[in-house]
Structures are given as structure tokens and as C-alpha cells.
Design a protein around this ligand. Structure first.
Ligand SMILES: *Cc1c(COP(=O)(O)O)cnc(C)c1O
Length: 961
């Protein structure tokens, strides 16, 4: 009898899809003897790792969950009254199971292909509408990374809009959350903005102040009337940003009604767990006049080819992928899934529900305040929503100890305690808090008459600060309040979206690999989801172990000395890495080093991040074979020798090739006093075979939502930790609230010390279950799958660029530019792929007019074959146009995608059959995915921008016109 586990029970065998006979067949198609030989021909030998990764042996899926349970038991879930921007929530179960824990939602890609993304576009439009309503502003985006970075984005927008071009001072209220101020410090340094921190009532405004930020309610819980301050700023040609608490806006006059120009904040309170820091969606709302200056993604209404209501991402010309270093921000991955959840929370509860929740929170806080007053405590906030400030003086320490005894966390400042009440707080909880405060004064609950306190409660919010305007008035927020209706609404949207549940999403550079269920399950365990990011260290032992292990493992994988888990996306990792490099130079007295070399093929976030870090971008050319032009690089490095800060280089390159000269390239930069920043988006081609340290880089970010299995969530969450070589460790980001200082740490780049900590579990699980061999095999199969596709498509499409031996790395570029001769654009191919049930590869990056294909190791040969069959068939359709057999304007590609409505019309007058349009290959019939709308009209949507849910009557008008 065999007692070993079956090979298939190894996680590696589930994660890597090609099996058994597939491999020899694929090698045969490629025309190569062995998998080893393929790898040898792909990766230059001088950069190959000499020894296996130093990682613990792989665990089975069950084994991992058992181990993680033990770690989870080291996290202590105390009742959190810490507040400070993070509150416990009740995630409606219908949203938890059907969105947060549902691969139909979390495995979606960013909605660039709008026709197969109408569900999440609608959900994000709902989010924008909720934000616009609650803040009282005119326009909102579809999420930023966190409240603190949203505040920094607001500061930057205000800076860009300043009337007096010499003004460079930004006023920040001393009563904003400390983590917000921390991030503002970092971001203001790089723009050369002077931060003036103080009291808004006593500050004397002058010409140098271009804008201000205040918090509402303020950091200590006070609700302040800022009307006069807003007016004074406006009279000085300055603008006002307000960091607002979304839940409080159900009761408080929204900032849009008292003079705010920008309102930012976190939507975490709308049903998204704290997760020890994230992920959560921040919001950004402003005036319509500033729509072209807004950072991040905006969803807008447009029409499709049949004139029907359709949605798409609007005003993309602001964004980094088009505007590069001139972009309004470097945002690429944001927090789509969490924004969708917050939008659904508003949909499920509706205006009355939200008001009731906010009202209960406020009522319980008033009750607590009264009870504590009666016990003789001095509660300082006269006007508040959910947070009290207690001047407890000498009693602070005993209160602290007694609170811990009773498993509750407050927020402690010098001589004072803040208590924040949230949605989950009950009357019994309030009594427990009061009991703690009573005990310290040697009293008991019996000393208070709770019943009479309860009966005499009134709001402490004065009428001038009470909200009178309606919100969440749209039909969508007033229709889905029973669970059945909500479930069906969620499912109706989900069914419009193509995700990894349907077919491969072959996005070059974005690595849409398996997000294994075992990796995902623990993210919703309460021991991880219910922890506040500022919870005391001795309550978060499980997280500390997780962070520590992941740090060791990712350091082993990159070859670097240490990781910082603060950045919430790849782009934010870039910014963090550049700021670390900047601090390193400054520390050595090299204050003038501010030039960054960036190859022309770089991702848009590279130049956008460089400009955010206050650096000057110099573009390096690429040669005809797609490689960095080393002569040009050398010339530019030498010309800028005195000012060279660093090179940003993606490896293997965005052209899908391991450049042979990478070591020389890094050496040239070092010889000229610069550092090398490696963009780690293509790490899936490196893990276990080579590493950023081996090629000579000093710092890199890892997109954990690409290489390390965090799902894309329809445009976020992500995690972009950075790894650095030893000499840069002292400069890794610190944090104002949680001490993670490295000695010479730069200030924070994110609100939470470890970014979106809860989703680090996913990457931790992946590495633990794969082990060193599994990870190396994943890379080798990613390369095999890509070269297989290359071999299968080479006769139909020109493959741009290959390595010295004619191999691609883990992705390749298909050149579609010649089809323009017959009027076929690369976008037409992307849309036609939808009819075949596939999401398009990356369109027009890094080369315009091309498709970049990345299969990943998680796709089986059968799926690769279906995808290749589709692309070969589409090539034949193009050929028919080239041969003059088909009309240039009215054909399968130009009319794509074909909706069910189009296919089922009574009259069919097209020059091709319905069968050819909707079921072009036999496999399609068994797994048909119908695009929800016809081709969306991009320019229509930008010309008449609508970024919130339009009244239903308007849909009908559009449909009729
Ligand atoms: C995805 C990507 C980025 C940006 O990462 P985000 O997490 O989306 O911010 C940067 N560079 C390259 C090459 C990428 O593919």
C-alpha cells in the first residue's frame, strides 16, 4: 500500500495546469527537445540562480490551513473603539459571500474591455453616486488606495489648480489623523510644497497658501463648523479639501454644502472589514469644473453601437497610461472590489438604513458620553458624531489596564483617551465600557440609571450642522432591500462580467493567474479581518509572524535584504522605491541627484511615479529588436552623471524578453552614481530562475496581485511591497502611529503601516504551498505556455521581439499594425475576441497597434488551444477582408462584439451569418458568453460626461433616440 499523498494532491499540481502528455506535445509544437533546454535558451546563463530558493518545504492545502489556524490563534480580536479612520463593520452576509468571497467578482480584470465589464462598471457607478450624494459634491472617482493618499492626491490637485503660481504652502489642520499628516509630509517633500500644520481658527491666511485640508469630524471626534474658514480661503484664492467620514455624512451637513472644493475619505465603514489596515477603497469627490484634474479612475455613462445605455471608464486622457509623467496621478490598480462592496452596502441598506445605522452609532455615543459624565469623567467634545475625547489625566493608565482586562481597545493620546463607536457596537457594549470606567472610580453600573439616560437622549449636533438634504435617492438605492432582491441584483451584474471563472484572461504584464480558493478562504477569518491596524503589537502575533515569514520568503525570492509592505499597488511601490533612493542620495549629501532614466517602453506608472517623486524624466530609446539601446543609455547616464538618481527598468522587459545586456546596463548606472529601480511586474518570469539582486538592481516592487496570486478584483485591491538591498534598508518607509522605523526611514507612503495587510495572506499561502520547486516550476511553465502560444500563432501573426535564441519570456507581443491597411485596428480584434468568449490581451502596450499576450502557468493546454484557435480564426476573418471577399466596414470584426439582442433580431441584413457572428468555433457553443452591450462609444461618453446613475427615464430616452 502506498501511504504517500497522490501527486495531484500537491498544490503545485493544481496551480500549474499543463499536465502529463501536454508537455511533450507542447515542446514538439515549439520544436525543442526539453523543457530545460527551452529555459536555457530563454534566460541568459549569466543571470541564472546557482542554488534553489531558500524556502520551507511545500505544504498541502489542508496542511497550510491548519498551520495558518495556529498563527491566527496568536491574533487577539478585542473590541475595537480605536477609530482613527478604521471601524468595525457588519459586512452584510449577502455581500460577503457573493462579492468578497466570490471569484465571479474578485477574479475580474480592470474594466478596460467595457462590453464584458458592464456589471462592475455599474457597481462602481453606484459607488460614485453614493459618494456624490453623501459628500454633496458634483463628481467622484471610482476609488483611490486609502484616505491618506487620497488627501495627498487632493493636495496635488489643489496645487495644480492654484491661481497664484508662486503659492507653495498647504495648510493642514493639526486635528487630522496622524497617518494622513505623515503621508502628506512624504508627498509634499517631493513636490516642494511647504506644509503648514496648525489651528484653522488662528491661522492667518496669506498669498502663499494655495489650499488647506481639514477633517470632518476632526481627528479627535469634534464636529467643527468650517464655513467661515472655507469662505476665508476662497477669498484668498485658495481651495479647501475635507477628509470626511462617510457614515457621519448621513447626519451631518455635507462638506459640499458648506464650501468644500474636494472631499476625500475612506469608504471602509460601508461594510468592508478593517483587515489590519486594508484593503479598503478611498473616495475622492470634487466639483465638475475640476473633472480633468481628478486622480484615478472615473466611470462614465455612454451609449453602445445600438444607442443603448452603456458604461465605460471616462476621461482616460488624464491617466498615467496615456499622459505618463504629465498624468493627474500614477494610479493604475486602485481598490475596485472594495468600492464595489461599499456601493452594494449603500444599495442594500438604502438611505433609511444608512441613516438608521448612523443614528444608532450617534445615539450610543451620546449615551456613552452622558454616562461617563455622570461618573465624573471630563468628556471634551461638545459636538460629535461617534468619537469622544476623555481628559483622563492620571486615570489614563488604570483605564488602559482595565480596558485590556476586558478585551477592549481605545485610542490613547497624551493624557486623553478617544473612544469611537461603530456599527457593531450594542447597548450591552456601551454598558461594558461604562463598567470599565466605573470600576476605575470604584463605582459600579448600578450607580447609574441607564433607563432614564436612554429615554432622555437627544442629538448633540446643532441644527446648523444637521443634514437636511436627501441622499441615495436613486432607484438603485431604494429597490434591493430584501436579501433575495439583493442577491439577484448582485448576480445580474456579475453575469455581465467575464472573469477567470469563464476563460483565460491573457493580459500581458498583468499576470492573471489562478487565485486559489485555499489562498482566499482565510482572508475572511475574523482573526485576520477584524483587527485594527493600530491594535497593540501583543494582540497581533499571528500577523507579525505572517509578515515576518513573508518578508523572509520574498527577500529570498528577490535576493534583497528586506521588504516594506506599505505600498498598496505597484505604482505606489514605484513611488516608495524612488523616495527611498532619493533619501539614500540625500543622506550621502547628493541633494542634486534627481534625474531618472526610463526606457521608452516603460509602463505609464514609471514616469508618473517619477514625476510624483519630484524627479526629472529622461527617456532612453529602444533598438529595433526591442532592447534598451545601451549606447543611448550610456550616453544619457554620462551626460547626466552629476544629477543621475536612478534607472527604472522592467525585467524581463515589457517586450517580453530577457535582455542579455541587463548586467551591463545596471553597471553603467552604478558607474555614474545612480541606483537601479526594477519594476517587478514581470517577476513571474524570474521567480526561482533569476532575481532582481542577481541582475544588479537595488530596489524593486512586486505586484503581489500579479505574480503572487492576489486577485485583481476588477481593478484592485493590490499590494506593491518593495524589496531593497542592504544599503537601502535604513530608508524604508516608517509610520507615525506604529513604530516600524528603520533609523533613517522616510515618512509613510500609506495610511496603514503594512498596507492592505489582510491580503498578504494570499501570497503567503501561495509561497507556503508551492515551495521552492513549485515556484520555480511555475516560472518554467509560464515560459513554456508563452512559447507554446508563440509557436502556435507565429504563422498567423508577426511576433514582435524575441530573445537571442528566438524565445520569448512569459509573454509576447503580436503585431497587428499591418491590418490597418484594410481598416482593421487592434481594438477590433479585441472586441471580436469577446464573440469567441475571451478577454482581449493587453491592447497597445507597450507598442501601439499590438496585443501583448501572457498565458501564465495556470492555464491548461486545452485553454491555450481554444485561445489560439480563436486568434487564428480571427486572422482568417481579417484575411477575407484583405482578399476583398468581405466588406471593409461591415464585417465580423467591425461589428463586434455581437450581443444576443443583435443576433436574435427578426431581420438579419449583415453580410455574414448569425452562426459566424456568435458561434464562430464549435467550442463556443458549450460556453457562450454574451457581451452585455454592443461596442461602447468612447467619445460620446467623454463629450457629455455623466458620472453618477442617471434617472431611469434617461435610459429610456437614450434607448429611444
Ligand atoms: C501593472 C504594472 C505596473 C503598475 O502596477 P499597479 O499595481 O497596477 O499600480 C507597473 N509596471 C508594469 C510593467 C505593470 O505591468
Amino acid at each position: 500500500m502506498n501511504l504517500d499523498i497522490n501527486f495531484q494532491e500537491k498544490f503545485e499540481e493544481r496551480h500549474i495546469a499543463p499536465q502529463g502528455q501536454d508537455v511533450p506535445e507542447m515542446l514538439k509544437t515549439i520544436g525543442i527537445e526539453s523543457h530545460d533546454q527551452l529555459i536555457a535558451e530563454t534566460i541568459p546563463s549569466k543571470i541564472r540562480l546557482k542554488s534553489p530558493l531558500n524556502l520551507p518545504p511545500a505544504l498541502s492545502e489542508a496542511g497550510y490551513l491548519n498551520r495558518l489556524k495556529q498563527m491566527a490563534s496568536k491574533n487577539k480580536v478585542f473590541k475595537s473603539y480605536i477609530g482613527q479612520g478604521y471601524y468595525d463593520v457588519t459586512t452584510p452576509a449577502v455581500i460577503l459571500r457573493n462579492v468578497f468571497e466570490n471569484p465571479g467578482w474578485y477574479t475580474q480584470y480592470t474594466p478596460y474591455q467595457a462590453e464584458i465589464a458592464q456589471g462592475r462598471l455599474q457597481a462602481l457607478l453606484n459607488f460614485q453616486t453614493a459618494i456624490i450624494d453623501l459628500t454633496g459634491m458634483e463628481i467622484a472617482n471610482a476609488s483611490l488606495l486609502d484616505e491618506a493618499t487620497a488627501a495627498a492626491e487632493a493636495m496635488f490637485m489643489q496645487y495644480g489648480l492654484r491661481k497664484n503660481k508662486d503659492a507653495n504652502t498647504f495648510f493642514v489642520s493639526e486635528n487630522v489623523f496622524p497617518q494622513t499628516l505623515d503621508v502628506l509630509k512624504t508627498r509634499s517633500v517631493s513636490y516642494g510644497i511647504h506644509l503648514l500644520v496648525g489651528n484653522h481658527e488662528t491661522i492667518e491666511l496669506n498669498d502663499h497658501i494655495f489650499g488647506a485640508l481639514v477633517q470632518y469630524p476632526a481627528g479627535d471626534g469634534k464636529v467643527i463648523d468650517y464655513r467661515a474658514f472655507a469662505e476665508a480661503l476662497h477669498a484668498n484664492d485658495a481651495t479647501l479639501s475635507v477628509a470626511a467620514d462617510l457614515m457621519s455624512l448621513a447626519l451631518l451637513t455635507p462638506p459640499g454644502e458648506w464650501g468644500a472644493d474636494v472631499v476625500i475619505g475612506s469608504s471602509q465603514r460601508f461594510g468592508v472589514p478593517m483587515g489590519f489596515g486594508g484593503p479598503h477603497a478611498a473616495f475622492f469627490a470634487t466639483k465638475d469644473a475640476y473633472k480633468r484634474n481628478i486622480p484615478g479612475r472615473i466611470i462614465g455613462v455612454t451609449i453602445d453601437s445600438a444607442g443603448n445605455y452603456a458604461l465605460r471608464m471616462a476621461l482616460q486622457t488624464r491617466e498615467q497610461h496615456i499622459r505618463r509623467d504629465k498624468a493627474s496621478s500614477n494610479i493604475c490598480t486602485a481598490q475596485a472590489l472594495l468600492a464595489i462592496m461599499a456601493g452594494f452596502y449603500a444599495t442594500y441598506h438604502g438611505p433609511q438604513g444608512i441613516r438608521a445605522i448612523a443614528g444608532r452609532i450617534h445615539g450610543l455615543t451620546v449615551l456613552l458620553s452622558k454616562a461617563l459624565n455622570l461618573l465624573g469623567y471630563k468628556q471634551e467634545n461638545t459636538i460629535f458624531f461617534d468619537t469622544l475625547t476623555l481628559r483622563a489625566g492620571d486615570l489614563c493608565d488604570p483605564l488602559h489596564a482595565e480596558a485590556l482586562n476586558n478585551e477592549m481597545n481605545f485610542h490613547y493620546a497624551e493624557n486623553s483617551i478617544n473612544i469611537s463607536v461603530d456599527e457593531t457596537t450594542t447597548l450591552a457594549d456601551i454598558k461594558e465600557i461604562v463598567r470599565v470606567f466605573a470600576k476605575v472610580k470604584a463605582k459600579t453600573l448600578a450607580d447609574l440609571d441607564f433607563a432614564s439616560l436612554e429615554s432622555s437622549l437627544t442629538t448633540v449636533i446643532p441644527s446648523n450642522l444637521q443634514r437636511s438634504s436627501a441622499y441615495l435617492t436613486h432607484e438603485v438605492f431604494n429597490s434591493h432591500h430584501s436579501e433575495h432582491e439583493m442577491l439577484r441584483y448582485i448576480k445580474s451584474l456579475e453575469s455581465k462580467d467575464l472573469s477567470l471563472c469563464h476563460s483565460m484572461i491573457p493580459l500581458g504584464s498583468c499576470t492573471m493567474k489562478l487565485n486559489a480558493t485555499t489562498e482566499m478562504i482565510p482572508v475572511s477569518w475574523e482573526a485576520f479581518s477584524k483587527l485594527h491596524p493600530f491594535a497593540p503589537t501583543d494582540q497581533v502575533g499571528g500577523y507579525m509572524q505572517l509578515l515576518d515569514e513573508l518578508n523572509q520568503w520574498l527577500s529570498a525570492i528577490t535576493g534583497f535584504a528586506k521588504m516594506s509592505f506599505q505600498p498598496n499597488s505597484g505604482a505606489q511601490g514605484e513611488y516608495a522605491g524612488l523616495m527611498v533612493i532619493r533619501a539614500y542620495h540625500e543622506d550621502r549629501g547628493d541633494h542634486h541627484r534627481n534625474v531618472v532614466l526610463i526606457p521608452s517602453s516603460a509602463h505609464g506608472t514609471n514616469p508618473a511615479s517619477a514625476s510624483m517623486a519630484g524627479m526629472k524624466v529622461v527617456i532612453v530609446n529602444c533598438d529595433d529588436r526591442g532592447n534598451i539601446d545601451v549606447n543611448d543609455l550610456k550616453a544619457k547616464a554620462e551626460a547626466n552623471k552629476a544629477h543621475l538618481s536612478c534607472l527604472m527598468v522592467t525585467y524581463p522587459s515589457t517586450h517580453g524578453v530577457f535582455e542579455e545586456s541587463i548586467i551591463d546596463i545596471c553597471q553603467i548606472i552604478h558607474d555614474n552614481g545612480g541606483q537601479v529601480y526594477m519594476d517587478g511586474a514581470n517577476m513571474n518570469a524570474q521567480v526561482g530562475l533569476t532575481s532582481p539582486a542577481v541582475i544588479g538592481a537595488d530596489v524593486c516592487h512586486l505586484n503581489l496581485h500579479k505574480t503572487f496570486c492576489i486577485p485583481h478584483g476588477g481593478g484592485g485591491p493590490g499590494m506593491g511591497p518593495i524589496g531593497v538591498a542592504e544599503h537601502l534598508v535604513p530608508f524604508l518607509p516608517g509610520h507615525e502611529v506604529v513604530n516600524i522605523n528603520e533609523g533613517k526611514s522616510i515618512s509613510a507612503v500609506s495610511a496603514a503601516p503594512f498596507g492592505s495587510a489582510s491580503i498578504l495572506i494570499i501570497s503567503h499561502a501561495y509561497i507556503a504551498m508551492m515551495g521552492a520547486d513549485g515556484l520555480k516550476n511555475a516560472t518554467q511553465f509560464a515560459i513554456l505556455n508563452a512559447n507554446y502560444i508563440k509557436a502556435r500563432l507565429e504563422n498567423s501573426y508577426k511576433v514582435l521581439y524575441a530573445g537571442a535564441n528566438g524565445r520569448c519570456a512569459h509573454e509576447m507581443i503580436l503585431d497587428c499594425r499591418s491590418f490597418k491597411n484594410v481598416g482593421i485596428e487592434v481594438g477590433d480584434i479585441a472586441k471580436r475576441l469577446m464573440d469567441y468568449g475571451f478577454h482581449a490581451p493587453t491592447v497597445s502596450f507597450p507598442v501601439a497597434g499590438t496585443l501583448m499576450v501572457e498565458p501564465t502557468e495556470s492555464e491548461p493546454k486545452a485553454e491555450l488551444d481554444r485561445f489560439c484557435d480563436a486568434l487564428v480564426a480571427i486572422r482568417k476573418e481579417i484575411e477575407a477582408i484583405e482578399m476583398g471577399e468581405t466588406d471593409k466596414n461591415n464585417n465580423l470584426l467591425k461589428q463586434a462584439p455581437h450581443t444576443l439582442a443583435v443576433i436574435s433580431t427578426d431581420i438579419w441584413d449583415r453580410p455574414y451569418s448569425r452562426q459566424e457572428a456568435a458561434f464562430p468555433l464549435s467550442y463556443v457553443a458549450t460556453r457562450k458568453f454574451w457581451p452585455a452591450v454592443g461596442r461602447v462609444n468612447d467619445s460620446y461618453g467623454d463629450r457629455s460626461l455623466v458620472c453618477s446613475c442617471p434617472p431611469l427615464s434617461e435610459y429610456e430616452e437614450v434607448a429611444a433616440s
